[in-house]
Design a protein around this ligand. Structure first.
Ligand SMILES: [Ca+2]
Ligand SMILES: [Ca+2]
Length: 173
């Protein structure tokens, strides 16, 4: 009976220890390689389940999109791309003026919730003005480890608790 109770405490302690463990990093690269012409859109999805992502463990994430010049014969000075991450909610993404270099942005709360729920996030880039080339898209996700804590530490912890339980019983008795 007391061992059942102890088991529950040890499991709970395991979760606490696991939450304090070292963070992990998952990187997902999608090769888009697409010219987006004026008014057109290009969309893709990052999926990190195949990289061993455990649902609910994403703490933060950043997205980097490679933009390149499409080598226009003439120069359009106000070329603009609209980056949409997940739902269009103004928490992340936004307008990219002169999209010829890498763009990096953090994922907002709703995008992180979505990523934690099913391990994927939808990206769409639309040309608001002009045309440009999208190269690679890289999603970097910082995760908390869910590995089982070191068994030796856990045994010491359990023994300590057992001692506490016995001591309490003696005091009560
Ligand atoms: Ca993937
Ligand atoms: Ca252009």
């Amino acid at each position: 009976m007391y061992f059942q109770w102890l088991k529950k405490i040890v499991i709970a302690a395991g979760f606490v220890l696991a939450a304090n463990a070292q963070a992990g990093l998952i990187t997902d690269v999608e090769t888009v390689n697409k010219t987006v012409s004026f008014g057109a859109s290009k969309s893709w999805t990052h999926n990190i389940l195949d990289q061993g992502f455990v649902l609910g463990t994403a703490q933060s994430a950043t997205l980097t999109i490679e933009f390149r010049d499409d080598k226009d014969p003439w120069y359009l000075p106000f070329e603009t791309a609209l980056v949409q991450i997940g739902l269009f909610d103004l928490q992340d993404g936004g307008l990219v003026l002169n999209p010829t270099v890498n763009w990096t942005g953090g994922l907002g709360l709703s995008s992180l919730v979505k990523l934690n729920a099913d391990g994927s996030i939808f990206i769409q880039v639309t040309s608001v003005l002009g045309d440009f080339v999208i190269g690679k898209s890289t999603l970097s996700v910082i995760t908390k480890e869910v590995s089982v804590p070191e068994s030796s530490n856990l045994i010491l912890f359990a023994l300590g608790l057992l001692g506490l339980v016995i001591a309490r019983r003696k005091v009560r008795a």
